[in-house]
Design a protein around this ligand. Structure first.
Ligand code: GSH
Length: 281
């Protein structure tokens, strides 16, 4: 392993434009950088998001709810371009002071309710509509165990492994080793759990699966961070692969996975169910 050439100074200083892929948006200060109101559409739920794994959690949940006939789950999905700094506009910061997608406003309440953090949004919607979270206390707790596991684990996958393997301007063996080991351990945690049960919470598909599939499902299917599936040998996690393929077949997953994304077959913004219909036929 190469020796370190960096000695941290006594006081850290912000070097703008450090060469990293996200250098132009990352900064050590919270709060808005500019005034910008958020648009409000015709539906009760207004989602401000982007089709990243955290964003897709919410659009899958909303499509699942609509699939079950909950008209109150109709939503407008507005695209927040995080590469352009939209998350630092004053309207967005009012909805999420942490300046990260996804963020939701529920206009069916008076006053409207703001909801941020993808796990909190999933829990809010599960409770509001009484779906995808069992009412039995033991089953509910097990589903929440896995939901919170996902919320705590994903930053090691994205911010740790994904960042140093795919995005950092230099390849640092120590950092890649450290996070590859942790991600493989997490995949083994999931694989052992899914050897026992069909879904993470047990027999039922819950918000724990909705939260976890866009991250670890995408990873084992080879859709994340370049050649990472081979690097991490994700084909060895057979139960995770079975679970990922099972969930990928759900109509609501096929719908939600296309929202707030660019490119053919996707929708940058979603304001009506009829916009997705032709894309999934
Ligand atoms: N814990 C948050 C994480 C959200 C998050 O990291 N969002 C990213 C995109 S996936 C983002 O908005 N990044 C913009 C930024 O860091 O400025 C959640 O689950 O909602």
């Amino acid at each position: 392993m190469s020796e370190s050439t960096y000695t941290p100074p006594k006081v850290w200083e912000w070097k703008k434009g450090n060469g990293g892929q996200f250098a132009n948006i990352n900064r050590p200060i919270a709060g808005p950088t500019h005034d910008k109101e958020l648009p409000v559409g015709k539906h009760p739920l207004q989602l401000y998001s982007l089709g990243t794994p955290n964003g897709v959690k919410v659009t899958i949940m909303l499509e699942e709810l609509l699939g079950k006939g909950h008209e109150g789950a109709e939503y407008d999905a507005w695209l927040i371009d995080i590469g352009e700094g939209d998350q630092f506009g004053s309207g967005f910061v009012d909805v999420n002071p942490n300046s990260k997608i996804p963020a939701l406003m529920d206009h069916s309440t008076n006053p409207p309710t703001r909801v941020f953090e993808s796990g909190s949004i999933l829990l809010y919607l599960a409770e509001k509509f009484g779906e995808f979270l069992p009412s039995d206390p033991a089953k509910r707790t097990e589903a929440l165990n896995w939901l919170f596991w996902q919320m705590g684990s994903a930053p090691y996958l994205g911010g740790g492994f994904g960042h140093f393997y795919a995005y950092a301007p230099i390849k640092i063996e120590y950092a890649i080793d450290r996070f590859a080991m942790e991600v493989k351990r997490q995949l083994d945690v999931l694989d052992r759990r899914l050897a026992e049960t069909r879904y993470l919470g047990g027999d039922d598909y819950t918000i724990a699966d909705i939260a976890t599939w866009p991250w670890y499902g995408r990873l084992v299917a080879g859709g994340a961070y370049g050649e990472s599936a081979e690097f991490l040998q994700t084909h060895t996690y057979k139960n995770v692969l079975r679970w990922q393929a099972d969930i990928a077949e759900r109509p609501a997953v096929k719908r939600g996975d296309r929202v707030n994304k660019s490119g053919e077959g996707n929708l940058r913004e979603r304001h009506d169910a009829s916009e997705i219909d032709p894309l999934v036929k």
